[in-house]
Design a protein around this ligand. Structure first.
Ligand code: SF4
Length: 282
């Protein structure tokens, strides 16, 4: 059985950067805390907890002696202001791609566009992005939602950084017919784009695809859905313990992909476990 890891899989630039920011902060400060989980990966969050870094989910839990790190997918403008009132030690680890999405939304709104944000309304990244919009806006989760939008003279489009390129393109095409002036901000991050392309390509030639990442990770879930659209036997797992023999019955080629918040070690542990199983069957 052949086992292939997608050309781009696992930790992205934004996550590596954020982990380094937290680790560096913990070396020189006591009482380092992250406001919300830094990234959507339970193993990484646990490792940071083991090194003494705490996670606080409520503003009221933040006290002045804390050094607070803002997570990769950002927070709302009001939360950021409130955090700064509770402690002077705020370090922003928001990924630059997320900052770009926030700025694009704000600029489009200031230029008079009705802003349509393509993503999941309840996702913290989207809540952060829309908080920068000063005018009217809507959040659309799928192309079907954009079909229902009314005609307007000016639409501005912003995507969640981990949005599928294909979904975004469909929404662009639909909104072209619903306004005079469409201004599209290209806010899908390059790490997401590369992971999606590589996963799709691999899924097209694999009998079984394993997608590794937190179940609460939006980008991992999108990778899973994309792979599933071309490879029926696609499984989303968080760790190697979830693998079982039934997943690989009769498979000759297994592909592995992983979300941007999945540590590379986890990817290679899963690969090793699959190869061990394959050897047993020989
Ligand atoms: S997936 Fe993209 S936007 Fe999200 S942290 Fe990584 S580089 Fe940044």
């Amino acid at each position: 059985m052949k086992v292939t890891v997608a050309e781009y899989a696992g930790f992205c630039f934004g996550v590596e950067r954020a982990i380094k920011i937290v680790s560096d902060a913990a070396k020189v400060n006591e009482n380092v805390t992250i406001y919300g989980p830094l990234i959507h990966n339970p193993q990484v969050v646990k490792e940071l907890a083991d090194s003494g870094v705490t996670v606080k989910k409520k503003l009221t839990d933040i006290t002045p002696e804390m050094t607070v790190v803002v997570r990769t997918h950002g927070i709302t403008i009001n939360e950021l202001e409130a955090l700064k009132k509770r402690t002077t030690k705020v370090i922003d680890a928001t990924c630059p791609f997320v900052l770009k999405a926030q700025t694009s939304a704000q600029n489009l709104s200031d230029e008079g566009f009705f802003v349509a944000v393509v993503g999941e309304a309840e996702h913290p990244e989207i809540q952060g992005i829309v908080s920068y919009i000063r005018g009217e806006y809507t959040v659309v989760a799928a192309p079907e939602d954009s079909v229902k939008l009314p005609w307007r003279s000016k639409y501005g489009l912003v995507a969640q950084t981990t949005q599928s390129e294909y979904v975004y393109q469909d929404v662009i095409n639909i909104l072209r017919g619903k306004c005079e002036d469409l201004n599209v901000a290209y806010t899908i991050c390059s790490a997401t784009h590369k992971r999606q392309e590589a996963a799709l390509q691999l899924a097209g030639s694999a009998d079984v695809m394993i997608v590794i990442g937190g179940r609460n990770s939006a980008n991992t879930t999108r990778l899973y859905r994309l792979c599933k659209s071309v490879c029926e036997r696609t499984y989303h797992i968080e760790a190697e313990e979830e693998l079982n023999d039934g997943m690989f019955a009769g498979a000759r080629h297994v592909g592995i992909s992983a979300g941007a918040s999945t540590p590379n070690k986890l990817v290679y542990d899963v690969r090793a476990r699959i190869l061990e199983r394959a050897k047993k069957d020989e």
